[in-house]
Design a protein around this ligand. Structure first.
Ligand code: NAD
Length: 352
């Protein structure tokens, strides 16, 4: 076996159905008694219900979490948190809500209990991306790593069809880049392969039957496995490009990952043959790039940047931003080739 380095992250993970009922005991287990509950506006009713169920253990609800964690929203939530003298943060939602929880933890060091309702994987990482004046910057700090993750499969039963597929592909993207990461190791390899296989098996079932609890359970477990990879090994071109497109051009996160992934895999495959053969095997496809493209397009997900509202004139700028700071990637970064990749993604071409 090749020598490797593996940095495990501490996490308490509770996985099952009906686990939302354990939030109160987890707050007490942390020695806390004044939780601030967070949600997006779309999930405010669920946030309100959780706050009511927590009774005296919850001091308030902030229901204005937004995608890409704008600092103006964080400052607004921080004011409420300080006014209420909250001693812990409970985030109920997807990556946007978890992003807000992390941004608050970064500023206050308060413990977080996160209850993911999408497959973004943010809950398993010490990474926080924040957007200010149209620029998204990322940092790593153990301060933002959630202390407790509660996965409740029941909460994902209502995740709409498109978000289910795109968020699932978002999770697969973490596993793909973990397989060819400069820090790849046998532990993340096995999590990545398992995560891809579970999601690739579950998504076609969910596309026909969103409330299939067996498939929901597989997808959520797959998301945890893929998110765990994201937390411990460095990502490359794919995440860099999606981060640029999301933060600079305000494109939706999971949809952008879905459109870009086949093209970034195709770019890297000649320099990551063995890892992408593992990915193809987990996808049950002959090629990882085509496998992801066919999976997403076949299930009705968006497959071109054009559909997401990207302007053709911005492709050059996106290539410049992606080239602006160096990072490890299997294939060398060449501006012309990157521009071709972005053009293919813009048009939604099936990778060769
Ligand atoms: P999201 O959290 O914005 O959720 C998408 C929409 O779905 C929202 O309107 C939300 O209210 C709704 N929703 C969520 N769960 C639902 C459910 N179960 N039922 C019905 N509606 C539901 O989207 P996302 O893709 O989960 O997260 C994207 C954000 O997460 C981005 O800002 C991204 O940068 C961040 N992210 C961060 C990391 C990290 O490690 N820091 C990793 C992945 C994603």
């Amino acid at each position: 076996m090749q020598p490797f380095v593996y940095n495990a992250l501490p996490a308490r993970v509770i996985f099952g159905s009906g686990t939302l009922s354990q939030v109160a005991s987890e707050i007490q287990r942390l020695g806390c008694s004044k939780a601030l509950v967070l949600s997006t506006p779309g999930q405010a009713k669920k946030g309100e219900a959780l706050k009511a169920e927590l009774g005296a253990l919850a001091v308030g609800l902030y229901s204005n979490a937004k995608m890409h964690t704008p600092t103006s929203v964080t400052e607004d939530a921080l004011k409420l948190l300080q006014k209420l003298q909250a001693d812990c943060i409970v985030a109920l939602g997807g990556g946007s809500t978890i992003g807000l929880a992390k941004a608050l933890a970064l500023r206050t060091d308060l413990p977080q209990i996160v209850i993911p309702t999408t497959y973004s994987g943010s809950e398993g990482t010490s990474i926080i991306g924040q957007t200010e004046n149209g620029r998204k910057t990322t940092q790593k700090s153990l301060k933002v790593l959630p202390e407790v993750i509660i996965y409740d499969v029941d909460l994902t039963l209502g995740l709409p069809a498109q978000t289910t597929i795109t968020s699932g592909i978002n999770a697969i993207a973490h596993a793909i880049e973990a397989l060819y990461s400069a820090e790849a190791n046998p532990i993340t390899d096995s999590l990545a392969e398992q995560g891809i296989a579970r999601l690739a098996g579950a998504l076609p079932v969910l596309a026909k039957d969103l409330k299939n609890s067996e498939a929901r359970s597989d997808a959520l477990f797959g998301a945890w496995a893929c998110g765990s990879c994201l937390g411990v090994v460095g990502m490359a071109l794919h995440h860099k490009l999606c981060h640029t497109l999301g933060g600079t051009f305000d494109l939706p996160h999971a949809e952008t990952h879905t459109v870009m992934l086949p093209h970034t895999i195709a770019y890297n495959t000649p320099f990551a043959v063995a890892p992408m053969a593992k990915a193809a095997h987990s996808l049950g496809a002959a090629s990882a790039a085509q496998g992801v493209f066919d999976l997403a397009k076949g299930l009705g997900a968006p497959y071109s940047l054009k559909e997401l509202g990207m302007k053709e004139a911005d492709l050059e700028r996106a290539a410049d931003v992606a080239m602006s700071s160096p990072y490890p990637n299997p294939a060398p970064l060449e501006r012309e080739k990157l521009l071709n990749l972005l053009r293919d993604a813009y048009e939604g071409k099936r990778p060769a």
